[in-house]
Design a protein around this ligand. Structure first.
Ligand code: NAG
Ligand code: NAG
Ligand code: NAG
Length: 546
């Protein structure tokens, strides 16, 4: 491939008869391999001090600190202790080898986890307001992880596990370190699309596990779309019965959804479902007659259907019942309502719609009709006590929004999305960025560094505007993605976004990032995640395949 590319470049250069820059993407300079002074930490903590004093982990245990407000009944922590113990020492691997020796002066015998606030939130769900901060001090005789809430403790456990390495004799070791850490942004999401291709639960769970390794905290579940409707609704079972790729094998049952939500909760991850309307709804129409607009070809219906029909009362009755169910199935405070890419062609063709437009005084402005629909939908969702996120078009079309609405920016080039971020925040809305992070777009060479360099607060605006940026999401749209290629396509490319959203704004050293990320990628591989390589290199323990 590269050889061919060079050949083409040569031809271009020869053909032009003079030396000039060929129109071929030139890769960045090759990275320099050298261990980072921050080891394999990813994302980089906010504040960190470490020394070369190395401790061996001897008879190592992870335990609740005496004064912790979360005790042995806290599932989130007990579960995490087991998980991280396995990651550090290997599944089923006994600590016998180390127990043969008595612990010596340079050993670390445990990690005490201390939840400091009276309410640990152990039985709760994470939210956009969750406190995710923690402090970790790795000093003798035992390390202490302090966090106000369990959410911070989860991140601290991941960080501790990243500090552990094998010394030259293969003994698990850790250097003296003091860390104070918290996320730069509250919302650090990954979007997966389960409509273009059905994703088995196993893949979704593996992704949640990997998200936790990268300190992501929102799973944006783009669960249905034109192509299929795999969500099994208790109220409207016909939707997946008729609209999924297969009504038994390609659906998410209520039990599946519950499992995903609980698995995510145990890792401090929110599950925000997206039910995108009025466009992107072809699959909804199969099980719900009269929901979609009949398109016309001249004076007669053509047999095709367009977006949700905004002029029927039955549409709103349906949406009321449907979103009432959604609000009870998904515990998160927010639901994503889509609202992107509405094609007006079908609405224009339909004479009933035209009469309605005339009666409402909308003229030929179909974005007014879209706004009419969205407005009613937002009122419906408001009655379920949920907040909402929407794609930027809804804001662009001037729909009246609740002040706590989150506008999700996804369109345009850099200049356009920065201008959009400025406009959204100057109107006082909170915003999330995805435009530079469409990870479904692939190309030859290293692209993680492009994702890494994008910063959601880089736009012209006041400090107050910048504060309205609550984070971003890496999106993996599913047209060319299913269980066979999802994980390597997403990781470690999404890790670049993870560090941008977690670490301090001034963490921008690309070469240092490359070296830490290479090590982090090998760690993901060791943990059984087939994360693809960044560049030519090797891991101590290679992926063994399936
Ligand atoms: C940990 O300490 C050892 C020496 O004891 C040193 O070789 C190594 O570079 C240190 N690792 C980090 C990440 O500082
Ligand atoms: C739809 O609802 C509106 C407002 O409740 C009502 O005025 C109208 O008659 C209804 N239309 C039909 C066809 O039932
Ligand atoms: C932002 O608002 C300005 C002024 O109204 C407008 O000119 C510009 O096109 C808007 N930017 C985007 C991306 O819509």
């Amino acid at each position: 491939m590269l050889v061919l590319l060079k050949f083409v470049v040569l031809l271009l250069a020869l053909g032009s008869g003079q030396a000039r820059q060929p129109h071929v993407v030139v890769e960045d300079a090759e990275p320099v391999f050298e261990p980072s002074k921050f080891g394999s930490l990813w994302p980089l903590p906010q504040k960190l001090k470490s020394t070369q004093d190395a401790f061996k982990l001897t008879s190592f245990r992870i335990v609740d600190a005496k004064d912790s407000s979360a005790g042995p009944s806290c599932n989130i922590l007990q579960n995490a202790y087991r998980r991280y113990y396995e990651y550090m020492f290997g599944a089923g691997q006994k600590q016998g080898v180390f127990k043969l020796r008595r612990s010596g002066p340079s050993d670390l015998t445990g990690l005490q986890v201390w939840i400091t606030s009276a309410d640990s939130e152990c039985d709760g769900y994470p939210s956009v307001k969750s406190d995710e901060s923690y402090e970790l001090s790795v000093i003798q005789p035992f390390a202490v992880l302090k966090a106000p809430k369990v959410w911070g403790a989860l991140h601290g456990l991941e960080t501790f596990s990243q500090l552990v390495y094998e010394d030259e004799y293969g003994a698990k070791s850790v250097n003296a370190t003091i860390i104070t850490d918290f996320p730069r942004f509250k919302h650090r999401g990954i979007l997966l699309d389960t409509s273009r291709h059905f994703l088995p639960i196993k893949v979704i769970l593996a992704n949640l596990e990997t998200m936790a390794m990268n300190k992501f905290n929102v799973f944006h579940w783009h669960i249905v779309d034109d192509q299929s409707f795999p969500y099994l609704s208790r109220t409207f079972p016909q939707l997946s019965q008729q609209g999924s790729y297969h009504p038994y094998t390609h659906v998410y049952t209520p039990a599946d959804v519950k499992m995903v939500i609980e698995f995510a909760r145990l890792r401090g991850i929110r599950v925000v479902p997206e039910f995108d309307t009025p466009g992107h709804t072809q699959s909804w129409g199969k099980g719900q007659p009269d929901l979609l607009t009949p398109c016309y070809s001249g004076p007669k219906p053509s047999g095709a259907f367009g977006p949700v029909n905004p002029i029927l009362n039955t549409t709103y009755d349906f949406m009321t019942q449907f979103f009432k169910e959604i609000s009870t199935v998904f515990p998160d405070g927010y639901v994503h309502l889509g609202g992107d890419e509405v094609d007006f062609t079908c609405w224009k063709s339909n004479p009933d719609i035209q009469r309605f437009m005339d009666a409402q005084g909308f003229g030929q402005d179909y974005s007014k009709l879209e706004s009419f629909y969205i407005q009613k939908l937002l009122d419906i969702v408001t009655t379920t006590k949920k907040g909402y996120m929407i794609w930027q078009e809804v804001f662009d079309n001037g729909v009246k929004l609740k002040p706590d609405t989150i506008i999700h920016v996804w369109k345009g080039n850099q200049q356009q999305y920065q201008s959009e971020m400025a406009n959204v925040t100057s109107s006082g809305y909170q915003t999330l960025l995805s435009t530079p992070w469409y990870l479904n777009r692939i190309s030859y060479g290293q692209d993680w560094n492009v994702f890494y360099k994008a910063d959601p607060q880089d736009f012209k605006g006041t400090e107050k505007q910048k504060a309205l940026v609550i984070g971003g999401e890496a999106c993996l749209w599913g047209e060319y993605v299913d269980a066979t290629n999802l994980t390597p396509r997403l990781w470690p490319r999404a890790s670049a976004v993870g560090e941008r959203l977690w670490s301090s704004k001034d963490v921008t050293d690309i070469n240092d990032a490359f070296n830490r990320l290479s090590a982090h990628r090998c760690r993901m591989v060791e943990r059984g995640i087939p994360a693809e390589p960044l560049f030519s290199s090797y891991c101590q323990r290679e992926y063994k395949g399936i």
